[in-house]
Design a protein around this ligand. Structure first.
Ligand code: ADP
Ligand code: ADP
Length: 227
């Protein structure tokens, strides 16, 4: 049984088709990666799942319910949270305030407190900087905060857009190890990556996009061998 199913979606910016018939599925407990070069349609696919964009045609089903036409905040309420590409955290706010913003749709105080603990345990660097203004942290730390903020929505499905962008190799390994831990703790992950090698190393299943089309898919480990 799939957690998320995307069936033959077409997504346009004005008259320009950015995604031209992409289908994919995500099973509970997996890390699924979307890879492909710049402009392939990865971010557009992710933004469509998170409700930021609406497909012109095609279906998106989450836990058996259609997501098409549902606004972004309702998608979050259903359990899909996206960490934005780049480092779109709030630079003048503290680490703690940024995390709390990630929980703004929730009203279960105990759950929010527990998830804050969980995020700070996942990212000890954030724990050390809990009161620091986010904008004064390193790029890697801001990237961790962006992932942590998405986790504060208590997602069943975590969407990550290039969590390794611009990071030194040692930090790429660290953030991907943490994504694996997040999966092992029970959160399913759909991650967009340009760094195909890193993505295939952590992914359970991978989809390769090219020019808005699905070019290849398979078990990530097997695709790693083929290269
Ligand atoms: P990515 O390829 O990872 O989406 P980009 O740097 O291409 O990153 O895009 C950054 C922002 O600019 C995104 O919000 C994207 O939607 C927007 N963008 C990208 N391409 C275009 C375009 N051709 N016209 C207008 N906006 C664009
Ligand atoms: P990727 O994430 O694989 O780099 P994107 O999904 O960002 O690819 O982009 C797919 C295509 O859509 C590209 O040709 C890009 O220029 C275009 N595009 C992305 N965002 C916008 C936007 N906001 N407006 C117009 N075109 C866009």
């Amino acid at each position: 049984e799939d957690l998320l199913t995307v069936e033959d979606i077409h997504v346009f910016y004005g008259n320009i088709a950015a995604v031209k018939g992409v289908s994919l599925s995500v099973k509970p407990g997996e890390i699924v990666t979307l890879i492909g070069s710049n402009g392939a349609g990865k971010s557009t696919t992710l933004r469509t799942v998170s409700g930021l964009l609406r497909p012109r045609t095609g279906k998106i089903t989450f836990q058996g319910e259609s997501l098409v036409g549902i606004p972004g905040h309702k998608v979050v309420a259903k359990g899909i949270c996206q960490s934005p590409e780049g480092r779109r955290i709030f630079p003048k706010m503290s680490v703690e305030e940024n995390l709390e913003l990630g929980a703004f749709l929730r009203n279960d105080r105990a759950g929010i407190a527990a998830d804050k603990e969980r995020v700070l345990d996942l990212f000890p660097r954030l724990k050390e900087r809990i009161g620091q203004k986010a904008g004064t942290m390193s790029g890697g730390e801001q990237q961790m905060l962006a992932v942590g903020r998405a986790l504060m929505g208590s997602p069943k499905l975590l969407l990550l857009d290039e969590p390794s962008m611009g990071l030194a190799p040692v930090l790429v390994d660290l953030i991907f190890d943490t994504i694996r831990t997040i999966r092992d703790q029970g959160t399913t992950v759909l991650v967009v990556e340009q760094n195909a090698l890193a993505a295939l190393r952590i992914g359970d299943y991978a989809y390769v996009l090219e020019s808005g089309h699905l070019k290849q898919e398979g078990v990530a480990r097997d695709m790693l061998k083929d290269d």
